[in-house]
Design a protein around this ligand. Structure first.
Ligand code: ADP
Length: 217
């Protein structure tokens, strides 16, 4: 069943319901009321979202794989693979766009996250940040208004969920604070597992504080 944008809860709704609670320590960013209506957290299958664009955690070949990549290719149908074959792969940290094919989403942005290694933490963090930033830039450059991200690199590629979530939220908040970011109506973070949902619920208030939070660090 395709899920329309108005069924995906915004951060404002999640604060109102008490799902999100104000951070216990001063948040990293100043509250910006407008962003609470333009950011969402959703637990479930990203392939069901009826929005402008979903992001795929792809591999460098762009020819399909396991995890969310496999789910997206299975739901989008074989014509997605045909389109991906023409893209000549994608570098780690970069992103390329295709049509949505049989998905309810109109477009797919395929980004290639890093395979985690604790020996190269900084390089991996830069690559993961680049996945989010490049994807957001591509959404806006393609005149699309909404985007949903899975938790890139945190499955088969082994990136620790907490570190990866800090990176995802930091890049998104930074981008949404720019004039380009103003063009985005909705940025949705999609989680699959309960454990990942808890991590997003605990970190979102640091990057997207509710209106009644005052001081920032
Ligand atoms: P990577 O190879 O980048 O680590 P994975 O697909 O293995 O990518 O995992 C990325 C994240 O996507 C994980 O948190 C995984 O639980 C999640 N995931 C898997 N299937 C789906 C789906 N259908 N919708 C949303 N998220 C999914």
């Amino acid at each position: 069943m395709p899920l329309h944008l108005d069924k995906i809860p915004t951060l404002r709704e999640l604060y109102t319901r008490g799902v999100l609670k104000p951070a216990k320590v001063a948040p990293r960013h100043a509250p910006r009321a407008a962003l609470l209506d333009r950011v969402s957290l959703f637990q479930g299958d990203i392939t069901t979202l009826d929005i402008d664009c979903i992001v795929n955690a792809a591999n460098r070949s762009l020819l399909g794989g396991g995890g969310v990549d496999g789910a997206i290719h299975a739901a989008a149908g074989p014509s997605l693979l045909e389109e991906c074959r023409k893209l000549n792969g994608c570098e780690t940290g970069d992103a390329k766009i295709t049509g949505g094919h049989d998905l309810p989403a109109r477009h797919i942005i395929h980004t290639v996250g890093p395979i985690y290694s604790s020996y190269k933490k900084e390089e991996k963090a830069e690559q993961l940040a680049s996945c989010y930033k490049t994807s957001l830039q591509l959404v806006v450059a393609s005149s699309l208004k909404h985007v949903a991200f899975p938790s890139v690199s945190t499955g088969i590629y082994g990136y620790p969920i907490k570190d990866a979530t800090h990176i995802a939220l930091n890049v998104a908040r930074g981008y949404l604070d720019t004039p380009e970011g103003d063009k985005l109506d909705r940025t949705i973070f999609v989680v699959w597992s309960d454990a990942d949902k808890l991590v997003y619920e605990s970190l979102l208030p640091h990057y997207f504080p509710s209106e009644d939070e005052g001081d920032t660090v």
